[in-house]
Ligand binder design. Structure first.
Ligand code: PRP
Ligand code: MG
Length: 183
């Protein structure tokens, strides 16, 4: 039995589900960016690293990879949440085609902040790819061009998503048992 089995209620997306969805998204990206010669992927630490690594290898156009680390203050659920930049971009994104890569859009706070911040750096375009989206994100009217899967409002972990820094390395997305987080 795997070490995580007692903690995971059920698997909702297998590694194969994730691989085939990533290939679909990569095809769309190849088509959408065929004429512009390349893409600058901006991933957010830490959750996005798995999807970033897989998506970068699945597309058939040249990509550069940048990472940012953000931290939000206060209750994440409140829309007045403030976002602080812990690690900024290392490169000038002026006139570049930027694709923000995320593991999940939940309340939309992180993304709505980033989509206000990035345009101030003068990119030619900004789009978003997120492997997962929670129901709340649909209310936020955020424009996420490439979405892998809509997932229910449950505690999901794996494929980059953590609970207290654990489970990020799982190759699938599963629902955490409430007993693990005291729910
Ligand atoms: C998670 C996730 C997204 C964000 C989504 O990151 O990776 O970045 O929350 O939530 P939101 O839509 O409500 O803003 P988190 O800040 O937990 O850090 P991590 O990526 O290091 O796990
Ligand atoms: Mg994150």
């Amino acid at each position: 039995e795997a070490w995580y089995s007692p903690d995971i209620d059920r698997v909702i997306l297998s590694a194969d589900d994730i691989t085939s969805k990533t290939a679909e998204i990569a095809k769309r990206i190849d088509a959408d960016y065929a004429d512009v010669g390349g893409l600058l992927m901006v991933g957010l630490f830490k959750g996005a690293i798995m999807f970033m690594a897989d998506l970068a290898r699945a597309v058939n156009i040249p990509v550069e990879m940048e990472f940012m680390a953000l931290s939000s203050y206060g209750q994440r659920a409140t829309s007045s949440g403030v976002v602080r930049v812990l690690k900024d971009l290392d490169t000038d994104i002026r006139d570049r085609h930027v694709l923000v890569v995320e593991d999940i859009v939940d309340s939309g706070l992180t993304l709505s902040w980033l989509l206000k911040y990035l345009p101030s750096r003068g990119p030619k375009s900004v789009q978003v790819a997120s492997m997962l989206r929670k129901p709340k994100a649909l209310e936020s009217s955020l424009d996420v061009k490439y979405v892998g899967f809509d997932v229910p409002d449950e505690f999901v972990v794996g494929y980059g998503l953590d609970y207290a820094e654990r489970y990020r390395e799982l190759p699938f997305v599963g629902v955490l048992k409430p007993s693990v987080y005291g729910g």
